[in-house]
Design a protein around this ligand. Structure first.
Ligand code: SF4
Length: 624
């Protein structure tokens, strides 16, 4: 057996309800997690849009379940329902640990079941179980039902709510309670395959290569994580406090009014800020064994929606379900967040879709008054909450919005496309696009379509010093948000690092993102070696990450047709400026963006004309 791995990959043919197993060691070149998922997807996904033809790969990396701090993350790889290109998600909770401790490193799903089922993994065995009694259950109900059925404390699941069952394109998978594998419509894919959930029950230890040295390294990492300034901020306020509107002493931009603007002052954002929500916080929780516990548990004993208990409200919920709709009602924000988790909806997709509808109504493109007592007016929290419910149920205007911004704009027509905030057909709920250059570049070049959890670094948000910028990137301007020069290389470098972190199964919040000193490539290579006996230098491992990114880019081109002309942001970010605050007047400049793109492609060995990996690069990386 390969050390650091559970040892098996499970292939599940849902059409014929059959399994086969394969040794993980056949694929060690692709390390695990996202790398393994992207490789298997690239190899097997055909140009077949039927539910039977779609592959979904769920894979936990080699550091998951080894005791390495925050080694808890699981990758979900599939063809993106919204864009047709690649989709990779990264989900926390307990599912990765339980998957490996149940005996599997990865599950490859294909085909579609004739009846509703769930996949049960336990004691290195797999079983497809009738799920007809689970149909229609929301996520908290699903959790209760699975607990009753299995009575096992070591149980974790990755499943769908009603939105996935109805194949809402902006639905997602939820692990355990509120850990979302967002992006790409993975919920709808499970729904189309009539797969309600993957349930893993396990406590088998995963053997590692050098247990004694890994234990020492874990001790050292725990100490560094507990004393890191960036992690201290994450421990204190979670991403709600760090990166929500008003965070970082009022320096954090946020989405406002379907991204018409990108800043709220500390006073404007106070009603939705973490300081305000402290009065409702009754606990902090985390993914299995994580000492950071960045997830807030909020409870409002009474609200206009009754008693509310919500977990895991991250920064994307704050800007997505509040500031982007100009909602400043904490009750509406918490309720919308809970509904997304319960229905299994992707917060970012919901944010972009509803903000688009509000913008369309403001421009007179669609009526302000809609079914179900919905009024499309900025700041109307009650209507926004009802719209989230409608998206989850597939009713009213929610039926259209659930298709995602791009499709909704296609159907509405009347120039509404200009109000669709998308990258590669995927709706965005972002921040800092006009003001933070490397950040914006990471979003526009994202192979999965928008989203900053790829090439967008934290260097600008954290204002790293010129000395640190010089040392790490050879660029003293790395921490200057407004500087363009050298940012193409930084965004490309960051993509490589993120691929590595996702593939090992670590949490990016701590490894390499908020704190660049924890989880640099050399340290990640050391962890990989101690767990698995796979020996690489830091540079080799980082180059491997760039190889993974190049493979994903190739997939998005082959399946979605994407190239340089799709690495762009809507014209809004070039034509309108941030109105107030520390970034007042900021906007993007076409010429400078094109130069950043040239630099980005050149660093990656991609053709600057097409933005695609050259044949030489693909051959050199062993990808063709
Ligand atoms: S920092 Fe937060 S998201 Fe990351 S592993 Fe810990 S609890 Fe999970």
């Amino acid at each position: 057996m390969s050390l650091g791995y559970a040892g098996k990959i499970l292939w599940v043919d849902l059409t014929h309800l059959e399994f086969r197993e394969e040794p993980t060691e056949n694929y060690l070149e692709w390390i695990g997690g996202r790398g393994l998922g992207s490789f298997l997807l690239s190899k097997h996904q055909k140009h077949d849009n039927s539910p039977e033809g779609e592959f979904i790969i769920i894979a936990a990396g080699p550091l998951v379940a080894t005791g390495v701090p925050l080694g808890v993350r699981t990758a979900v790889s599939a063809r993106n329902r919204l864009s047709g290109g690649i989709s990779y998600s990264n989900v926390g909770g307990d599912i990765g640990n339980r998957l490996k401790m149940a005996g599997y490193d990865a599950v490859v799903l294909y085909g579609a079941s004739p009846t509703p089922v769930y996949l049960l993994l336990q004691d290195s065995r797999a079983q497809l179980v009738d799920a007809s009694s689970l149909v229609g259950l929301k996520i908290s109900e699903l959790r209760e039902a699975l607990s009753e059925l299995h009575h096992a404390s070591q149980l974790s699941f990755l499943g769908i709510g009603p939105a996935g069952e109805k194949e809402v394109a902006i639905s997602c998978l939820i692990a355990d309670r509120a850990h979302a594998a967002g992006w790409g419509g993975s919920g709808a894919m499970f729904g189309a395959k009539r797969l309600k959930a993957i349930v893993a029950i396990g406590d088998q230890p995963v053997p590692v290569f050098d247990e004694a040295r890994l234990r020492d390294k874990i001790q050292q990492l725990n100490w560094r994580i507990s004393t890191s300034e960036a992690t201290a901020a994450l421990i204190k306020g979670g991403t709600h406090g760090m990166a929500g509107a008003g965070g970082f002493n009022g320096l954090v931009p946020t989405a406002v009014k379907n991204l018409q603007d990108e800043y709220l002052s500390p006073e404007e954002s106070a009603p939705i800020g973490e300081e305000t929500f402290k009065q409702w916080e009754f606990d902090r929780v985390g993914c299995l064994g994580c000492s950071v516990r960045c997830l807030h548990m909020y409870e409002m004993a009474s609200s206009k929606y009754g008693k509310l208990i919500g977990e895991g409200m991250h920064a994307n919920s704050i800007r997505g379900l509040a500031s982007n709709w100009v909602v400043d009602d904490p009750e509406a924000l918490l309720k919308a967040h809970i509904l997304c988790n319960e229905y299994g909806l992707d917060v970012d997709g919901v944010s972009a879709a509803i903000a688009f509808a509000l913008d369309c109504a403001e421009q007179g493109i669609i009526p302000e008054e809609q079914d179900g007592g919905v009024y499309l007016k900025w700041g109307d929290g009650r209507s926004a909450v009802e719209l989230v419910r409608q998206i989850g149920e597939g009713t009213g205007l929610g039926k259209l919005l659930g298709k995602g911004v791009f499709e909704a704009a296609q159907e509405i027509g009347q120039d509404s496309q200009q109000l669709a905030m998308t990258v590669k057909k995927v709706g965005i709920n972002e921040q800092g696009l006009r003001s933070h250059r490397a950040w914006a570049l990471g979003v526009m070049t994202s192979t999965r379509g928008g989203g900053h959890l790829g090439g967008s670094p934290q260097t600008e948000n954290r204002r790293i010093s010129p000395q640190i910028g010089q040392r790490i990137f050879g660029n003293p301007n790395a921490g200057d948000p407004g500087a363009y020069q050298g940012k193409g290389k930084i965004a490309a470098w960051t993509e490589g690092l993120k691929c590595v972190v996702d593939s090992l199964g670590l949490c990016y919040f701590v490894y390499g993102w908020y704190d660049l000193s924890i989880g640099n490539p050399a340290e990640l290579a050391e962890l990989l070696y101690l767990a698995t006996d796979i020996k690489m230098t830091g540079d080799e491992l980082h180059r491997w990450g760039l190889r993974c990114h190049t493979l994903e880019r190739h997939f998005s081109h082959v399946h979605g047709g994407y190239s340089r002309e799709d690495d762009e942001l809507p014209e809004r970010f070039f034509q309108s400026k941030i109105a107030t605050g520390p970034y007042q007047g900021a906007h993007l400049d076409h010429e400078e963006v094109e130069k950043m793109l040239d630099e980005y492609y050149t660093y990656l060995g991609w053709d600057t004309q097409t933005g695609l990996p050259t044949q030489d690069t693909l051959k050199g990386l062993g990808l063709i």
